[in-house]
Design a protein around this ligand. Structure first.
Ligand SMILES: [Fe+2]
Length: 375
């Protein structure tokens, strides 16, 4: 007795004798067969069948819906069902058309059942192989999707950890020097606005934003007496305060994500003419991000004021920048800054109002000048 194969086959032929003969033969071979005598009936059977068919054998020449149209409808709704066509057309035009459209094989009428059976077995094997490939593909896609989701989650949490760490470092310096409260955040936002006016890439804007937040963390290594001294610094004190960019760099060095931002932090006190620190590099040798940071940092000091310096109005600030182009500042950054002031001073006001300083400048210091950007 033939071992049941269980695969389901639907036989579709308007010639009932042919359909029934095939069904009987294939059932004896162990397949589970159903017959339909039109394309429409066959589509209903496929739709209502709880277990999907592996293979459909369909005649090509049928009234109402021919075999090719029927096959296309199956491909639309049940692409995993294999189709084998039966053709009475001697010149095989329709059979070739059906093969071109995805039929697995064709059988010509009249046929000998013993020759048809191996063709059907072969077609079923192809369907099973395709199903296995498909399942494996799905399995792989699901695996890749899950791994991608896990990696994204990890990336998100590392990103959060990174920003929380940056914030913690900024808070540490603000706790040490109340005069810097809000300074780093404002400078960071000013940097972003200037970089945007200069049409920097999103990644570069992100770098200047981070550098703005971190540029002064090295002040944590400067003595409180020097840091908060309200009067002019001695030469020794000034030399001491000049150490802070390199201390900043040392603190943030292990954070791999920072990349370019580290250089911006390191060089934020360099001057265009080479008289800055820590290395005295000049002009284009100073990274653009550091030149932007230098303008944003000086702007905050002049416009907000410090314990050693009065707050200036915007006109005075702008004049000061123009006066120091090509000596302290990069002219193209100053121009971008001026453009920003002209086009959107409200944005600058808003940044200041959202990150207010924690001090008011004592009257007796309001005339102290110059060196508004000493730190
Ligand atoms: Fe600084």
């Amino acid at each position: 007795m033939t071992k049941p194969k269980k695969e389901k086959i639907l036989i579709v032929d308007d010639d009932r004798a042919v359909a029934d003969l095939l069904s009987e033969t294939l059932t004896q071979e162990g397949y589970s067969c159903k017959t339909a005598y039109s394309g429409a009936e066959a589509l209903d059977i496929i739709k209502e069948s709880p277990k999907p068919f592996s293979l459909v054998l369909t005649d090509l020449i049928m009234p109402m819906m021919d075999g090719v149209e029927f096959m296309e409808k199956i491909q639309d709704t049940n692409p995993m069902i294999g189709v084998l066509v039966i053709s009475a057309d001697k010149n095989l035009t329709q059979a070739v058309d059906a093969m071109r459209k995805g039929a697995l094989d064709f059988i010509t009428k009249p046929f000998q059942t013993e020759l048809v059976i191996p063709r059907i077995q072969k077609a079923i094997e192809r369907v099973k192989l395709e199903q296995e490939n498909n399942e494996y593909q799905h399995f792989l896609e699901e695996k890749v999707e899950n791994r991608t989701a896990a990696l994204l989650e990890k990336h998100r949490s590392l990103h959060n950890l990174y920003f929380n760490t940056v914030e913690a470092i900024v808070r540490a310096i603000e706790a040490k020097d109340p005069y810097t409260v809000g300074h780093s955040k404002r400078v960071s936002k000013f940097c972003v606005r200037i970089a945007e006016v200069m049409n920097l890439s999103e990644a570069d804007v992100q770098d200047v934003m981070i550098a703005g937040l971190l540029h002064d963390v090295g002040k944590i290594g400067i003595s409180d007496a020097v840091l908060t001294k309200p009067s002019r610094l001695s030469i020794e004190e000034y030399e001491h305060i000049k150490e802070h960019p390199l201390i900043s760099l040392k603190i943030i060095e292990p954070i791999q994500e920072l990349k370019k931002a580290k250089d911006y932090v390191k060089y934020h006190h360099e001057k265009w003419d080479g008289t800055g620190y820590p290395e005295g590099i000049k002009g284009d040798a100073i990274p653009l991000g550091a030149r932007i940071l230098s303008v944003a940092d000086a702007f905050d000091t002049m416009w907000i004021g410090r314990h050693y310096h009065s707050a200036w109005d915007m006109d005075t600030v702008t004049q000061e920048f123009l006066k120091n182009c090509w000596t302290q500042f990069d002219k193209q950054v100053v121009e971008a800054f001026s453009k920003l002031v002209e086009s959107d001073q409200n944005a600058l006001d808003q940044i200041r109002d959202e990150n207010p300083p924690l001090f008011s400048v004592p009257k007796e210091f309001t005339q102290i000048h110059p060196a508004p950007h000493r730190t």
